[in-house]
Design a protein around this ligand. Structure first.
Ligand SMILES: Cc1ncc(COP(=O)(O)O)c(C=O)c1O
Length: 341
């Protein structure tokens, strides 16, 4: 089976497992796990932030950041397809008593003018209080699209002008960085808080990193414990994350090349529609014109290709480190057979 459902389906390599096996560990609740400490220091440096914290998942990372930046009753401005709005089980309301203000963007990007319009007037006590602007880079639901740096800079100006926090869901910031050549520290520098996944394209089995100022991370450490995220000999998994950051970051360009090859194939099939402009990194979302998405998914699976359903009209394919060129050639053949018939 060629599994293109997500870049989260990867298996830890032998070398990664060896790093996990060899990891020096301690009790991380006492901050005594050398491997976790090393990962956090390495990630903070890479992201150009004062401090970082290893957390269990991307959702926990985003939600911890949002919780610490807000008080109950506050509002967060985000794009309508944002992960925090669609795929985090209403956690902002459940865990922090806050609500989201989603704005319709283009390829996941919202403009400073749209954000200005969404900010609540400070004098209106009967309205929610705007507290945070959130950006997702790359943008999952928009198809792995990259948020242009100039727009990030302009959104930052809006945040500063209105005394708002700026949070980055950088689950796949690594992909954006490799594609544009812009350092992750440059991207992160515009944000108060960032959350980045180790378990997506980087191929670690578990874990995310949040980063920001020291005081913020101290608070996040406290809240992570309150949410049941305090881990003990977590160095076993932190070692995989550190291995992933050191060894699997630059190679993400290979995933992008493979996604581009598949995109070309899909564009040539007559029964599907793809916006080639949206294929910027490792995610492809393509509309099925000739059958239901469920039917299309089954036909591909019967031939050895597993895809996920993006929405009622579209399928999703994601390239990752367990997919080689041979797999891409086979996937292309299957796609032609299913969608050119
Ligand atoms: C943009 C984005 N943010 C956050 C997450 C959440 O990550 P996790 O599944 O580790 O909780 C994901 C997962 O797909 C994601 O794509």
């Amino acid at each position: 089976m060629i599994d293109l459902r997500s870049d989260t389906v990867t298996q830890p390599s032998q070398a990664m497992r060896k790093a996990m096996y060899d990891a020096e560990v301690g009790d991380d609740v006492f901050k005594e796990d050398k491997s976790v400490n090393e990962l956090e220091e390495y990630a903070a440096e890479l992201l150009g932030k004062e401090a970082a914290l290893f957390v269990t998942s991307g959702v926990m990372g985003n939600q911890l950041c949002l919780n610490i930046l807000t008080s109950p009753g506050d509002e967060i401005i985000c794009e309508k397809d944002a992960h925090i709005f669609n795929y985090e089980s209403s956690a902002p309301s459940m865990l922090s008593g806050i609500q989201l203000f989603p704005i319709i963007g283009k390829q996941g990007v919202i403009t400073p003018a749209q954000v200005e319009e969404a900010i609540r007037p400070k004098t209106a006590y009967y309205m929610p209080r705007t507290k945070v602007i959130e950006v997702e880079n790359t943008h999952n639901r928009a198809g792995g699209t990259i948020h242009p740096l100039d727009n990030i800079k302009d959104l930052k100006k809006v945040a500063v002008a209105h005394n708002l926090y700026f949070h980055l869901d950088g689950a796949r910031i690594w992909n954006a960085s490799v594609k544009t050549g812009i350092k992750v520290s440059e991207y992160a520098s515009y944000f108060d808080t960032v959350s980045c996944c180790l378990s997506k394209g980087l191929g670690a089995p578990v874990g995310s990193i949040i980063a920001g100022e020291k005081d913020f991370i101290t608070e996040a450490f406290r809240m992570r414990k309150a949410w049941g995220g305090g881990m003990r000999q977590a160095g076993v998994i932190a070692a995989a994350g550190l291995y992933a950051l050191k060894n699997n970051f630059e190679r993400l360009s290979e995933d992008h090349e493979k996604a581009a090859i598949l995109a070309t194939t899909i564009a040539e099939c007559k029964n599907v529609k793809i916006d080639l402009d949206s294929v910027q990194t490792n995610i492809l979302i393509f509309e099925i014109l000739s059958m239901s998405v469920e039917e299309a998914q089954i036909k591909c699976k019967e031939r050895g290709l597993i895809l996920s359903i993006a929405n009622k009209k579209a399928l999703r394919a994601v390239t990752h480190l367990d997919i080689n060129s041979d797999d891409i050639n086979k996937a292309a053949l299957i796609l032609r057979e299913v969608f050119n018939g």
